[in-house]
Design a binder for this molecule. Sequence first.
Ligand code: SF4
Ligand code: SF4
Ligand code: SF4
Length: 355
Amino acid sequence: MSVSRRKFLAWMGGAGLSTAFGTKAYAASNKQFKGYPDTMGVLHDTTLCVGCRSCEDACNKVNNLPQPEKPFKELSVLDKTRRTDSKTFTVVNKYDNSKEPKNPVFRKIQCNHCLEPACASACFVNAFKKTKEGAVVYDASVCVGCRYCMVACPFNIPAYEYDKVLDPKVVKCTMCHPRLLEGKLPGCVEACPVEALTFGKREDLLKIARERIRKYPEKYVNHIYGENEMGGTSWLYLTGVAPEEIGMREDLGITPAPNLTSGALAVVPMVAGLWPVFLTGAYAISKRKEKIAAEEQAEAVSKAVAETNTAAEEKLAKALEKAAKEKEAAIQKEVKKALEEAAAKAQEEDKEEDA
Ligand code: SF4
Ligand code: SF4
Ligand code: SF4
């Protein structure tokens, strides 16, 4: 398939890609993150999308995903609103068109490859990285499966391979990062027959989007979705109706997710740094609790033993006292008896002498 200028905007071509970006996909340390001015992205013009699902099909193929139950040519699946899952990195949904009721609006959904991703800031082992190319990629080898990224993503994108017993992973659109490094287009962009998807430098995509809005103000809403949402995303959208009418969140604000807790992506290492501290703290607290519990237990035991000993001693003393009293009484009784017997014997002897 030939690659049109619109699809492949400002793209350097295969050989130039590695040179342009270098081979280090994770070149930027989050601590020094200042954003990537030359980051790439995709502009999805929803006014051009015809809901053909060719992008879904291509995504399935380039990512070696399992075939869906219904073939991609089956358009009845569009009647139901879908979301991405562990076997589907992108879906196209159909929405009512308030401007032209006869023409539904189609919107493609996938990871938006945020400039400062919430998934990355939530991940305390740094499994997610924003690459220079624009793709937010995931390293399964360090993932501990906590799934905080899934909770953090404002677009509800990362999915978990719940059906895999061995080695389940978090999965999502990669912006076809391996293809980008080879100088190829994302699979979905390459497959779109109507150029509803344009790949290029994000700055250039913004210019194109502004130009389309300027030229066709009656056609477009004057808002490039993703320019500022959550600090900006690499995937940008042009719409003919209000974004919220086609299921796009308009309550996100423009603050990057990491800024909501601290500052830019610096929060990532901070979180990564704090987690061990927190865990160590939690461990220490739990150990302290255990120690206190053990001390309390020992104290309680010793108190119980002491109390038991005291009680036993008191009991013994009482028993001894009682025994002593009984013994003394018995002795006195015996002495009395002996004295009485002796007295009686003496009386009998006196009588015998008198007789
Ligand atoms: S859309 Fe979600 S998963 Fe994709 S980069 Fe943004 S926060 Fe991460
Ligand atoms: S960029 Fe690649 S992984 Fe993402 S939706 Fe397109 S084809 Fe799928
Ligand atoms: S291939 Fe293009 S036109 Fe077809 S559904 Fe995907 S984005 Fe829309």
